[in-house]
Write a protein that binds this ligand. Structure first.
Ligand SMILES: CC(C)(COP(=O)(O)OP(=O)(O)OC[C@H]1O[C@@H](n2cnc3c(N)ncnc32)[C@H](O)[C@@H]1OP(=O)(O)O)[C@@H](O)C(=O)NCCC(=O)NCCS
Length: 167
């Protein structure tokens, strides 16, 4: 199997939608990615192709975040999807690592995610890093990873892009 992870191109839109529809039980995530793009909030979008067929996608969207009153550049990882036929081969892991490297290159200070702590913990996300940030997603599944200059604010706020409010 030849796996290629690359930035998504405009002409990938239909194949990305197909992967999201195959991976999730409803069209909500496919619609979310399209809404983020339409709103200009899709900061990073990568696809995974196996032998030329698109089988995975990851999106990072702009967030509005503050730490101790200072605005900080923040991205939200969501959604990540791999077609059921290609799961459990490390493809999501590759997409996440590539996305985090790109987020760092773009100057993001922190990336938030809502998901399984066991899985995302292996990829460097920590509940403790997200804990100071007020969010509607606050709780045991709300995690974050500092990319550069880690800090431990006493308080903060982390808001996902408006498209998440329509989920
Ligand atoms: C969640 C999801 C993206 C994971 O994709 P994936 O490509 O299967 O993920 P990975 O292969 O990187 O890791 C998944 C598991 O496979 C294991 N794995 C990774 N590489 C492996 C390999 N070569 N051989 C065997 N297992 C492997 C990982 O350790 C991990 O183990 P876990 O079951 O204990 O968590 C995918 O299952 C999916 O699209 N699900 C539906 C959508 C969803 O829920 N997305 C997340 C919320 S936005």
């Amino acid at each position: 199997m030849t796996l290629v992870v690359r930035p998504a191109a405009d002409e990938d839109a239909d194949a990305i939608r197909a992967v999201l529809l195959a991976a999730f039980p409803s069209a909500a995530e496919a619609d979310l990615v399209e809404q983020l793009a339409a709103d200009g909030d899709l900061a990073l979008s990568f696809v995974a192709a196996v032998d030329g067929k698109l089988v995975g996608h990851i999106a990072f969207s702009r967030m509005t975040a503050t730490a101790d009153g200072d605005g900080i550049p923040a991205l939200g990882l969501a959604p990540v999807a791999v077609a059921p036929s290609h799961q459990k081969r490390g493809i999501a892991g590759r997409l996440i690592e590539r996305g985090l490297a790109a987020a760092n290159g773009r100057g993001a200070a922190i990336v938030f995610v809502v998901g399984d702590p066991d899985y995302y913990g292996r990829l460097g996300f920590r509940c403790e890093s997200a804990a100071p940030f007020a969010s509607p997603y606050a709780g045991p599944h709300f995690m974050a990873q500092w990319l550069s200059s880690p800090r431990a604010p006493a308080s903060g706020q982390a808001d996902y892009a408006p498209a998440f409010g329509r989920l």
